[in-house]
Design a protein around this ligand. Structure first.
Ligand SMILES: [Zn+2]
Length: 535
């Protein structure tokens, strides 16, 4: 009941109040109207006191925020597996927490590095600059977390260890928490994938830890520290003796075991860094990446995917139990979401008479090069790469051959518009007034960073996806705007979160401002989302 409701009831009751003469005599008060008012004020003060006690103070915060991203988790997996989940993992979040049942990704492409970054920045590639797992910056190809200026810590694996958030242009929730507390709050990221640990934790994180599969240990980089903390060294020592890891070797990502060691590492960090046990709110960002590796290999259906989600369910139950013990039930805030979903396997679609298929990007690229060479007579290729349905033209090669960039682009678009299985072909620079549905235009523009996103974006027909020599015929992928790729779970649980669910359409960019609102801290500096209400 809100305070205004209390007041109305009190006024109504006060107007009809009939206080007996005996009582007035007892109270030694001659004026019944004065007495009524006296009682009204007393009741009002009592009511307000109760109300104020029920509300958290303006500046109250949880002891710990735990952000969880399940890589490639479609929203419908929550209902698909609901009856098979145990009571203390996903179902603790669903049955006791709050579920936003229509959370969408409001940009393209829908891929891992962008998803993780957008969750924690409340922003999109147009602003935060993470435009894919791999992209180009002014024609220079980069992996999202590449940083040649740093060295691995925990192993000598330069390939896996020279990583940092250097390409990230915006702050994360964790950065804002660090800023707000004058850097007293601790923020840690843990995942199997480097990008799923580094990008969520942000620039000012105390640490991000990811797996070096070759050396079977969690590592970090000199961006964060020069030596692993003692607790991480102890954890790695035990990990070297993990029989399942020894057996699986570099294929660990294809097993639920990758999730088990991820959650164990997160728990080791929680204990080792005493997260949630200090005077400031700390943050732990955990990402389960094996679900994506398994999905790419075996698709959205079948025993491997089933096992993967049952495994994450047990991992979550284990994590929540430790959080209850170490931080205290109700003292921590959890959110769980995904970085993107996934399409059904294309052959599965065809076998069941549904529209779908493979878009063979390598063949399309070869045909496109030939089409342009026939028209312009160039001898060198003009396409630098196709990344997540975006064509990056090789501006340097085009200039060196004396070709006009716009002419090359127009010819490429002319060719692609005749190419099969494409719904739309868009020149990024003309997207704002291209004849495409507004829902697509908005997502294309939100995903477009003019120095990092390439030149042309294509939208494949529903049910289709890019397929290359690297793809598994029984697997799947993601990257498009369609609901199977863009509809993700969004669950909140714990501190100040009521039980319930909402069917409102909300977005991946709303997660960060919602968390910041609950924490009473400033939103990340490129946030475009809005804080959600739990009703
Ligand atoms: Zn992913």
């Amino acid at each position: 009941m809100v305070i205004s409701d209390c007041l109305l009831i009190l006024l109504f009751w006060g107007a009809n109040l009939d206080i007996s003469e005996d009582f007035l005599t007892f109270a030694n008060m001659k004026n019944s109207n004065l007495t009524k008012r006296f009682f009204l004020v007393c009741l009002l003060v009592a009511s307000l006191t109760v109300q104020l006690q029920a509300q958290p103070s303006f500046n109250s915060r949880p002891k710990l925020v735990v952000g969880i991203v399940v890589d490639q988790m479609r929203w419908d997996y929550l209902s698909r597996y609901y009856d098979r989940f145990g009571g203390d993992g996903f179902r603790r979040l669903i049955d006791q927490g709050f579920s936003f049942n229509n959370c969408l990704i409001n940009y393209v492409p829908t891929v891992t590095a962008i998803g993780h970054t957008s969750v924690y920045t409340g922003s999109t590639p147009a602003f935060h600059g993470i435009c894919g797992n791999n992209f180009s910056i002014d024609g220079r190809a980069v992996y999202c977390c590449d940083d040649a200026s740093v060295m691995p810590v925990g192993s000598d694996n330069k390939k896996d260890g020279q990583m940092s958030p250097v390409n990230l242009l915006a702050t994360t929730i964790g950065d804002q928490l660090r800023l707000h507390t004058d850097f007293r709050a601790k923020v840690i990221g843990v995942s199997y994938k480097d990008r799923a640990a580094i990008l969520p934790a942000g620039h000012s994180a105390n640490g991000a830890y990811w797996l070096d599969r070759k050396n079977r240990c969690f590592i970090t980089s000199t961006y964060y520290m020069t030596e692993l903390p003692e607790w991480a060294k102890v954890f790695n020592h035990d990990l070297k003796n993990n029989e399942e890891f020894k057996r699986l070797g570099q294929d660990i990502g294809l097993s639920p075991e990758a999730g088990h060691i991820t959650v164990d590492m997160a728990i080791a960090a929680l204990r080792g860094e005493k997260l949630g046990q200090g005077s400031e709110t700390d943050m732990l960002c955990v990402s389960f990446s094996q679900t994506d590796v398994i999905g790419h290999k075996w698709s959205t259906r079948g025993e491997h995917t089933d096992e993967a989600y049952m495994g994450v369910d047990r991992d979550l139950a284990k994590l929540f139990q430790v959080l209850d013990e170490k931080v205290g039930k109700g003292q921590y805030l959890v959110f769980l979401t995904a970085d993107h979903g996934a399409a059904h396997n294309s052959q599965f679609m065809v076998d069941n008479r549904l529209h779908g298929g493979q878009w063979l990007s390598r063949e399309v690229r070869a045909d496109l090069e030939k089409y342009i060479a026939d028209k312009l007579g160039n001898r060198q290729p003009v396409v630098e790469a196709i990344r997540d349905y975006r064509f990056y033209l090789d501006h340097a090669a085009i200039a060196q051959q004396g070709l006009d960039l716009q002419r090359v682009k127009d010819l490429a678009i002319e060719f692609l518009r005749k190419s099969p299985y494409l719904s739309f072909v868009v020149d990024f620079e003309k997207a704002a007034y291209a004849p495409i549905p507004p829902v697509l235009r908005e997502r294309i523009l939100m995903g477009y960073h003019y120095r990092r996103s390439g030149d042309i974006i294509v939208v494949v027909e529903p049910g289709f996806y890019e397929f290359g020599p690297w793809s598994s015929p029984v697997g799947t992928t993601h990257g498009e705007w369609n609901p199977y790729d863009a509809h993700i779970p969004l669950l909140f649980y714990g501190w100040q979160v009521p039980h319930g669910q909402s069917e409102a359409e909300v977005y991946i960019t709303d997660i960060a401002p919602t968390v910041c609102s609950l924490l009473h801290i400033q939103q990340p500096n490129a946030c475009v989302g809005r804080a959600l209400k739990f009703n």
